[in-house]
Design a protein around this ligand. Sequence first.
Ligand code: CMC
Length: 433
Amino acid sequence: MDATTNKTATLTVGNNTYDLPILTGTVGPDVVDIGKLYAQSGLFTYDPGFTSTASCQSKITYIDGDAGVLEYRGYPIEQLAQQGDFLETCYLLLYGELPTKEQKEDFDLRITRHTMVHEQMARFFQGFRRDAHPMAVMVASVGALAAFYHDSTDINDPKQRMIASMRMIAKIPTLAAMAYKYSIGQPFMFPKNSLSFAGNFIHMCFAVPCEEYKVNPVLAAALDKIFTLHADHEQNASTSTVRIAGSSGANPFACIAAGIACLWGPAHGGANEAALQMLKEIGSVENIPEFITKVKDKNSSVRLMGFGHRVYKNYDPRAKIMQQVCHEVLAETGHHGDPLLKVAMELEKIALSDQYFIDRKLYPNVDFYSGITLKAMGFPTDMFTVLFAVARTVGWISQWSEMIEDPQQKIGRPRQLFTGAAKREYVPIDKRG
Ligand code: CMC
């Protein structure tokens, strides 16, 4: 269903009034359409951080932050994570409907057939320092895919768009595993098409060519759920970055590389790394009260990482599933006595009953438990955001495709409230001082 409009808002500025259409979607708040406001009134709107601004119409993901609801194409995240698998979610996000059995088999096959990367990519990796952060390697190598796959960079050709999409969903895990292998000086492992998407990723990360490696099915199932939980999240910072980059007509590989760059920040995808670091710094349950005092101190910049969210003002629905996955993984890997888990659980309990957090509606987000889980699976901290990027690739691509196909699509070009110097005359250098 497209947006409908049968109401208007009236803006009064001095003696002038402007009628602004109100658009209604399927669910969620209505929006005031200000697209013609500047032409009519000479006024811009001002909304740093876009806290009250809908940047596009979308049919992909719906979040009700107050109720703690997340749905992909109308399906609750809990049902998709518990009953489906990640590739099914990928199909759903890309095509809009759950696949039939035949469609699913065909899709799985198409993804697994594209997992290998151009052999020259391996040489491209040799240029990086061994201690490079794998997110730096990801930004560069995903951007470089455009140099290897010229035949899928024409954004006006729907067939090429779909080939580029399939290539990225399939190959970005391979690049991610290569980034990890390179950092520890081990040979790259080729993808194994007989394994599941998550199982293959685990294999590419942890197997070595000289030994048989059996993927632990409990860990593969857990990683699959983690990927599903992170697959899309509406118009978040990295997705908006992908849309803005794509709005200029840039090729899809460049757009996804831009999304990865944005995801790297600690307020976004880097939060699980930061949350684990924080748990390590707290160290033990006795140190929690002192840490909470620091978090609440207006003069300190310490934040409770893995807590709070721009949209969720309730328990992040992904965090609930993540907590459960965390317990499953820790039990399977024998880490259930991990002191960091104890600190996390106690910290969560204290924060949820503390007035500071209650007043600000700060609840655990998906990253609160994902760091401990990924650590127990054997991933080093600097790979956490990389795993997030692997999962989010399908969301970025689906949003990018939706934008390209949107007849209302325009280059993203915000305006500003200028507060710098007004026009002044140039002063030659010998007359300045
Ligand atoms: N710890 C302590 N105080 C906090 C926190 C926190 N994690 N988050 C927000 N606040 C306080 C903040 O100090 C402010 O207080 P006051 O009103 O007294 O000044 C109030 O809550 C509102 O904060 P804000 O910064 O205006 O909120 P925001 O919507 O701009 O920020 C956020 C959202 C996610 C950037 C922020 O909550 C945060 O920095 N959290 C920690 C980082 C984190 O876990 N990020 C992962 C997000 S989920 C994964 C993803 O989507 O990438």
